[in-house]
Unconditional design. Structure first.
Ligand SMILES: CC(C)(COP(=O)(O)OP(=O)(O)OC[C@H]1O[C@@H](n2cnc3c(N)ncnc32)[C@H](O)[C@@H]1OP(=O)(O)O)[C@@H](O)C(=O)NCCC(=O)NCCS
Length: 329
């Protein structure tokens, strides 16, 4: 039987850059076609930041919208976690930059690195700190500017990614609504299938390393695809089993928006009808840690997700990391 939730979402928000990069634009940059990208990924366009815009700008805008939606003042926030692998800088944490921009002076702020699983990991960590360490109002943000590590000459990867941020404000549950259960996993044995070799302590951004494109994403697409389907299926199965909930009770499934074919393969395994699976990958591409909170906010604001609905979220990313969460909205 499901435990009573202890924390719930009080408000949500999202922010994506204005600039749109379409498949037709990419046709002019690399040897690809709109038809190839659409049929293999479901992506039509993605949003990309202008030079000079870092993650903190998007994350702050998403957070401000979430705070306004929740009716919570920045000074009331005592915890900020940003799930990201593309913070403005190596340090300070982007969460600290967001804290400053918001004026959330009372908050403890830090980033969490779990690639595309960053939002669900952050949600679970926030819940843990709220229930064991006395935090009352948390901002959980998932955001990435993956285009900052895209090699625009590599057609295998550059067509897949976009930029964005999504945020939720968490507070104590009203007893019925809130986060019911999370399931988090990782396996570093697969770190070599999806990674960014440069920019860290192993390969610092020397002129030579940059020339060799070590600062770009390296991916084995076929293997990542296969593991994504298997791991997302496992995470969703386990979170449902552990919570004692049937797949048929899910009102809305929000999968990580990496590839429409991955989403369809996972949904099919749970007999989820199309209308109960949220998809926006055609407009944003893969926004990494931002993909679930952006979709969550869209679904809430458009009325697709109603108060009382049961939402299941499931993700997969570099590490490998994978996770699922169940929430009563
Ligand atoms: C990347 C991905 C879309 C490729 O689709 P695929 O059906 O596996 O395609 P393949 O890798 O088999 O490549 C097929 C061919 O298309 C080519 N190709 C790759 N990218 C292309 C592009 N943008 N345009 C045109 N052709 C392309 C390949 O070079 C290959 O050519 P070849 O057969 O002559 O060698 C798919 O593997 C995928 O989505 N993987 C998961 C990626 C992901 O989600 N990463 C993030 C996880 S969080």
């Amino acid at each position: 039987m499901t435990k009573k939730p202890q924390v719930m979402v009080l408000g949500s928000g999202r922010a994506v850059p204005e600039k749109v990069l379409t498949n037709a634009d990419l046709e002019k940059m690399v040897d690809t076609t709109d038809q190839w990208i659409l049929s293999r990924t479901g992506i039509r366009e993605r949003r990309i930041v202008e030079p000079g815009v870092g993650l903190s700008e998007l994350a702050t805008a998403a957070a401000q919208r979430a705070l306004a939606d929740a009716g919570v003042a920045a000074e009331e926030i005592d915890l900020i976690i940003v799930g990201t692998v593309t913070g403005d800088m190596k340090f300070p944490a982007t969460a600290c930059l967001v804290q400053d921009r918001l004026g959330a002076r009372r908050a403890t702020a830090f980033d969490l690195s779990a690639a595309c699983s960053g939002f669900l990991y952050s949600l679970q960590v926030a819940q843990g700190l709220m229930t064991t360490a006395g935090y009352r109002r948390a901002l959980v943000i998932g955001g990435d500017v993956l285009t900052s590590m895209v090699n625009w000459e590599d057609r295998d990867t550059c067509v897949l990614f976009g930029d964005g941020a999504g945020a939720v404000v968490l507070g104590p549950s009203d007893g019925e609504r809130g986060l019911l259960h999370c399931y988090l996993r990782s396996d570093g044995a697969y770190s070599g299938l999806l990674y960014n070799p440069g920019c860290g302590s192993l390969n610092p951004p020397t002129p030579e390393n940059v020339r060799e494109r070590l600062n770009s994403i390296v991916m084995n697409g076929r293997e990542v695809f296969r593991h994504a389907v298997t791991s997302m299926t496992e995470a969703l199965t386990r979170v449902l089993e552990e919570a004692g909930i049937a797949a048929g009770d899910i009102d809305l499934l929000i999968p990580h928006q990496a590839n429409l074919r991955i989403i369809e393969a996972v949904s099919k395994r749970f007999d989820m009808p199309q209308e109960r699976v949220y998809v926006n990958v055609e407009r944003y591409g893969n926004t990494s840690a931002a993909s679930i909170p952006i979709a969550f906010d869209e679904a809430r604001r458009s009325g697709v997700l109603q108060p009382g609905n049961l939402v299941a979220m499931v993700t997969f990313g570099g590490g490998f990391t994978w996770a699922a969460g169940l929430m009563r909205c």
